[in-house]
Design a binder for this molecule. Structure first.
Ligand SMILES: Cc1ncc(COP(=O)(O)O)c(C=O)c1O
Length: 361
């Protein structure tokens, strides 16, 4: 499929992007899906389309990717960090309502690790207070919640197809929405505020149609996906069940074999419904770094998703006080390898080495 794109003479946003959008729409059971250059850009556009104005407040968890806070600040908005649930590390629904002020415009929950937050409860709160919900579904393409795909029920859900995601376009993102009006605004925005994209103007046009003519009718940006990235994404999207099964097997094995003792905990994970992007455990705060260093020496690379954003130096002015569950997770969380090509023998080695380390704790 990649050869086809490279030889077609059209590598920018074109037919492959539109096919990718159609297939994402089906997978997500959403009315519209608009492909964009990244999830970071998708969240930025969603905030603009939601009508956010400088000074407006956005409620979100602190345990998230730093780019989300960066775009909130870039737009002159104020991030308001909500507490998270100990059980699954997703936004705590009970904590949201007391953060709502007359300046609140958006609730931006994350489906951390591909495990859905209680989105129906978040939507109910938003409806009561006339707020928009923008889901950060960067980790959750292909996950399910109460029988529906994650991202099919809110005003806008933003997805990532970055290099490490389960479905990857090299880089990429997109927004799912059920609103015709919102979809129209996003489409115009991604084409620099032009009503028709270059592809739509030049394909199947005659000279009478003046394909070279364009008009800028609204605010916009250049944030399109291209046909090369869309082709890479499409090849994986058409194997989504195979990828899902591989991932599920890896997660189920970790759940079955990792020792949940001496303070090693696993946040709530549902292998049947989560298309888990990452698999994380919570170690002891005093031995998280030694365990990571030990695994590194054994050739096993791990990561931290995430260091809490309210404690980051650049975001310090948005820190409104302690978030104990978030801060505890930030000191204890470790992401273990769960990429789909992880061999059974490699996973056995990882589990074995964790067990060996745990004997010394
Ligand atoms: C929670 C979360 N939100 C947003 C993003 C941004 O996605 P992208 O890299 O596509 O901009 C990421 C990236 O991994 C993420 O983890």
């Amino acid at each position: 499929m990649l050869d086809e794109v490279l030889e077609s003479g059209w590598i920018g946003q074109g037919q492959k992007v539109f096919t990718f959008e159609e297939e994402c729409k089906k997978e997500l059971q959403a009315k519209h899906f608009i492909a964009l250059s990244s999830c970071t850009k998708s969240i930025e556009i969603a905030l603009i389309v939601a009508g956010c104005m400088p000074g407006d407040e956005v409620i979100l968890p602190s345990l998230t990717y730093a780019s989300v806070i960066q775009v909130i600040i870039k737009l002159g908005l104020v991030p308001v960090f909500a507490t998270i649930e100990k059980e699954d590390l997703n936004i705590s629904v009970n904590g949201i309502e007391r953060l709502i002020t007359p300046k609140t415009r958006v609730i931006l929950p994350l489906h951390f690790r591909g495990h859905s937050c209680r989105i129906d409860d978040v939507l109910a709160i938003a409806e009561r207070h006339n707020l928009m919900v923008i889901e950060d579904a960067a980790h959750a393409f292909g996950s399910y919640y109460k029988g529906s795909p994650v991202g099919s029920s809110s005003h806008m859900a933003c997805f990532s197809f970055g290099p490490l995601k389960n479905i990857c376009c090299i880089e990429g993102g997109g927004i799912a929405t059920n609103s015709d009006e919102i979809a129209e605004k996003i489409l115009t925005y991604r084409n620099m505020g032009m009503a028709r994209s270059t592809w739509h103007r030049y394909n199947n046009s005659s000279g009478q149609d003046k394909p070279w003519h364009y008009e800028v009718v609204a605010r916009g940006d250049k944030c399109t996906q291209n046909d090369v990235g869309a082709a890479v994404g499409l090849m994986q999207l058409r194997r989504i069940e195979e990828i899902r099964q591989k991932k599920r097997k890896i997660i189920e094995r970790y759940l079955a074999e990792l020792p949940e003792e001496k303070g090693l905990e696993i946040p709530a994970t549902d292998p049947q419904n989560d298309f888990a992007y990452i698999f994380t455990v919570l170690a002891g705060a005093s031995w998280r770094e030694p365990l990571m260093a030990y695994l590194w020496e054994k050739g096993i690379s791990t990561a931290v998703h995430y260091y809490p954003n309210h404690l980051q130096p650049f975001f310090a002015k948005y820190n409104r006080g302690p978030l104990p569950v978030t801060e505890d997770a930030g000191k204890r969380i470790i992401t273990l390898p769960s990429y789909t090509d992880l061999a059974e023998s490699e996973q056995a080695y990882i589990i074995e080495e964790i067990k060996k380390f745990m004997k010394q704790v």
